[in-house]
Design a protein around this ligand. Structure first.
Ligand code: NAD
Length: 492
């Protein structure tokens, strides 16, 4: 683990196996932090923050150091690509073409944006005084990240935090801690002072919970499941810490009869299967207008069957395994439930046999048609390669059904009619509405949830504000012993 600028072992000498999901074999071992280690890391973050060594640097200086991180990451990207691919099971095509270059762009954006914070102008909002706004870092912050985008999610949460002058303790997911540990070295090499960026590894149920209970952390930024997000909100109440939550999704993908069906099918594949179907933005509920239903489903099915599933290190591969055996069983459980609740399996859902990867956690994408709007496959986040296909009649019908879930993260609408598109962007209760596209999130735009998908925002300038307190500063302009308005309260 990386605490206060040093590599340390757990005080209880416990270690965890880290697996390669495409083979099921152990690829590394990492430390499992004890409570004592958790508090060491929190103290390191707290002390570095209180010392002002980082928090008092002008934004431009912090920005330059973070830009150096981007540069070093770019220089070392081959190593990051290899480890991320091996540890997460996503295709090397995705990791090298999208995850790592996009993550580097995220860092550059955050580094630049921390120099351009905006606020209300300093002015006399009452006649006898001048008001100003300060945006200040919160202090020591716990960052807890998921396994689906191991490196990217640390950047999305820890980088706006440190860009604004906070110090952090990062706990990556136990399945995928490796690139986060490598990142710590890069931050140190770039010049981030000791204690500002600490990484501890271990189970969420012990390490994560101990962080959430700590009174020395003033905030937890969490990206993960809604269930754990709710638990952290409860635990964080001990000192009323701010809990920023980026949680699950159940994105609708709505295809109107006037849409370009070829384009919608291509995007449906990407939206449904990016990250092996383990993306919070994944399109999961495909609402297809009845007039184009047969055409869309036939093309989608044909297209899915052409996908190349196999060893993620092979650049020809489109899709690798799921993250773990537990995740595969969970997804299979949903497929079974979907069928038991009236769904019809149109294709896939079985385990492919991949030569030399027989113990990998592979699953063929499943296509299920259902008319049961209350089925678990329509309501709950599956987090796997399952396309749930539904039919709709008209605009009102599909918008109502799309909104009728507890989640509200991503959504997309396919149409060539501008009025339909504009109405849908107003009526859909999701943090993102894509028109004739799915999944794209530029670094400049917020990634934010409605309802049980969480609150706050990643990326964009909003993600930087998330990691600040707002302070009003007031300057009296009169110099009087008794200001005129005091008489409204007490007689002089
Ligand atoms: P998870 O909630 O199981 O785990 C996330 C992190 O929390 C891990 O580091 C884990 O160790 C830790 N954790 C687990 N139990 C904990 C506890 N009791 N206390 C404290 N920490 C605990 O999620 P996951 O399975 O790693 O990731 C998948 C989920 O993440 C999906 O729901 C997905 O939609 C969501 N996700 C959301 C976004 C977003 O931006 N909204 C992005 C990526 C993933």
């Amino acid at each position: 683990m990386f605490i206060n600028g040093e590599w340390v072992e757990s005080s209880n000498e416990e270690v965890l196996d880290v697996k390669n999901p495409s083979t099921g074999t152990t690829m590394a071992k990492v430390q499992s932090a004890s409570n004592e280690d958790v508090h060491r890391a929190i103290d390191a973050a707290r002390n570095s923050f209180d010392s002002g060594i980082w928090s008092r640097l002008p934004p431009g200086e912090r920005s330059n150091i973070l830009l150096r991180v981007a540069e070093l990451l770019e220089k070392n990207q081959e190593e990051f690509i290899k480890i991320e691919t091996e540890n997460s099971g996503k295709s090397i095509k995705q990791v090298s073409g999208y995850d790592i270059p996009y993550t580097i762009d995220n860092i550059r954006f955050i580094a630049g944006a921390c120099r351009t914070l905006e606020g209300k102008a300093m002015a006399e909002y009452v006649s006898d005084g001048t008001s100003a706004i300060r945006r200040e870092p919160i202090g020591a912050i716990g960052i807890i990240t998921p396994w689906n985008y191991p490196l990217m999610m640390v950047i999305w949460r820890a980088f706006p935090a440190i860009a604004m002058g906070n110090s952090v303790v990062v706990k990556p997911a136990s399945y995928t801690p490796l690139t986060t540990l490598k990142l710590a070295k890069i931050l140190q090499d770039a010049g981030v002072p000791d204690g500002v960026f600490n990484v501890i590894t271990g189970p969420g149920s012990s390490v994560g919970e101990e962080m959430a209970k700590s009174d020395k952390l003033e905030m937890i930024a969490f990206t993960g499941s809604t269930e754990v997000g709710k638990r952290l909100s409860v635990l964080g109440a001990s000192n009323l810490k701010k809990v920023s939550l980026e949680l699950g999704g159940k994105a609708p993908f709505i295809v109107f009869k006037d849409a370009n069906i070829d384009a919608a099918v291509e995007s449906a594949i990407v939206g449904g299967l990016v990250n092996n179907g383990q993306d919070c933005a994944n399109s999961t509920r495909y609402y297809i207008q009845e007039e184009v239903f047969d055409k869309f489903v036939a093309r989608l099915r044909e297209r899915i069957q052409k996908l190349n599933i196999g060893d993620p290190q092979n650049p020809e591969i489109d899709m690798g395994p799921l993250i773990s055996e537990a995740q595969r069983k969970r997804v299979e459980g949903y497929i079974e439930k979907g069928i038991n609740e009236g769904g019809k399996l149109l294709s896939g859902g079985n385990r492919p046999l991949i030569k030399n990867h027989e113990n990998g956690y592979y699953l063929n994408p499943a296509l299920i048609y259902t008319e049961n709007d209350n089925s678990a496959i329509v309501k709950e986040e599956i987090f796997g390669p399952v396309f749930t296909i539904l039919k709709f009649i008209n605009y009102d019908d599909v918008i109502r059904r799309s909104n009728d879930v507890t989640y509200g993260l991503g959504s997309s609408v396919w149409t060539s009619d501008i009025t339909t598109a504009m109405r849908a962007t107003r009526d859909l209760r999701f943090g993102t509405v894509w028109i004739n596209e799915h999944v794209v999130v530029p670094s400049e735009m917020p990634w934010a949830g409605y309802k049980e998908s969480g609150h706050g925002a990643s990326l964009s300038p909003y993600s930087l504000e998330e990691f600040t307190y707002i302070k009003h500063v007031y300057f009296d302009l009169t110099g009087k012993v008794r200001k005129d308005w005091y008489g409204q309260i007490f007689k002089g």
